[in-house]
Design a protein around this ligand. Structure first.
Ligand code: SF4
Length: 314
């Protein structure tokens, strides 16, 4: 499969079947904390990066042949999914082929676009990001495409939330010395009050970020967060649970997951260990793939993460 992956364990959505309609890594942001590496296709022009017929056929085939043993179908992956022009058609195809809820994980930058609003109104959950409370901080953290304007984006959040019937959960990435001071957090909170999301999810960079200077905030910040955000739903722990795969070809299945989702080594072992594949064989395969310059590891915090070294879809 080219466009569908998983189901994978998601911190917020349970088991999530991913649909990724973009080439790696296509985005209108270049976030300093991005876990997918540098934005190599930096664009704010919406188009069908792959033929929609191909993606639709894959969705229909998968959903007709496989058990629907997931909690959500989620549009997410190698960048910003709302950049895919015919997103509405892809969402409709999923809707026509399963009763499971549909989610879009987005940076939220295009929520003021009417065509995108119409597409997202067909979903059950939209999970956008908001990491800054004012323009200068937004530019520092998200490094947006020059055609994007911070206050237009904020207006898009408000307009969309007012009309949307599904769950609207905003995620904030907190980084030490960047947006974790009282002053920065109060500015973010003020904006959130004006948007009124259904839930606020606080996140920290638990996977290796693209910029080495991005760090996890100090533990003492927890009290400050409680004071400012109250009723938050913190998600600052690594997800647990297996990732589903569809064949015995370890290399192929591993690459399909880590091209969108860098994994902890221990999670790879948990997922792929079987009667025929032990921990040592898995580690051997990882190091082989690394020596072939297909994947790479990065030690971050107390964990070793594996990600794709260089990936080009087709
Ligand atoms: S974190 Fe998301 S929005 Fe930011 S650069 Fe990476 S893919 Fe784009």
């Amino acid at each position: 499969m080219e466009y569908i992956y998983g189901p994978v364990a998601s911190r917020r959505l349970g088991q999530s079947l991913g649909i990724d309609p973009l080439p790696s890594k296509t985005c209108n942001y270049q976030c300093i904390y991005c876990q997918l590496g540098k934005t190599t296709n930096f664009t704010n022009t919406r188009r069908n990066f792959f033929p929609k017929e191909e993606i639709i056929l894959e969705i229909e085939t998968y959903l007709s042949k496989n058990a629907h043993n997931f909690d959500y179908v989620t549009f997410v992956g190698s960048g910003e999914p709302t950049l895919y022009k015919d997103l509405k058609k892809l969402i409709t195809t999923v809707r026509d082929n399963t009763n499971k809820p549909i989610c879009v994980i987005t940076n939220g930058s295009l929520l003021n676009n009417k065509e995108i609003q119409e597409a997202l109104f067909l979903t059950d959950a939209v999970l956008p990001s908001l990491d800054a409370g004012y323009k200068k901080s937004f530019i520092t953290i998200n490094r947006p495409h020059p055609s994007l304007e911070f206050w237009d984006i904020v207006d898009g959040f408000k307009e969309f939330k007012n009309r949307y019937k599904g769950k609207f959960w905003i995620e904030i990435m907190l980084m030490k010395g960047i947006n974790d001071s009282m002053n920065e957090l109060l500015k973010i909170k003020k904006l959130l009050n004006s948007i009124n999301p259904d839930r606020i999810d606080l996140n920290i960079p638990i996977r290796p970020p693209v910029e080495n200077y991005v760090k996890i905030p100090r533990k003492e910040i927890i009290n400050l967060l409680d004071d400012i955000f109250g009723g938050i739903h913190a998600i600052n722990f690594p997800e647990s649970g297996d990732f589903e795969y569809h064949s015995d070809d370890f290399n192929r299945e591993l690459i399909k997951i880590i091209e969108r989702h860098p994994l902890r080594e221990e999670q790879i072992i948990e997922t792929f260990k079987s009667k025929t594949l032990g921990k040592n064989e898995i580690l051997y395969s990882l190091h082989n793939l690394e020596s072939e310059r297909i994947i790479e590891h990065k030690d971050y915090g107390k964990n070793r993460f594996w990600s794709l070294k260089k990936y080009k879809k087709k």
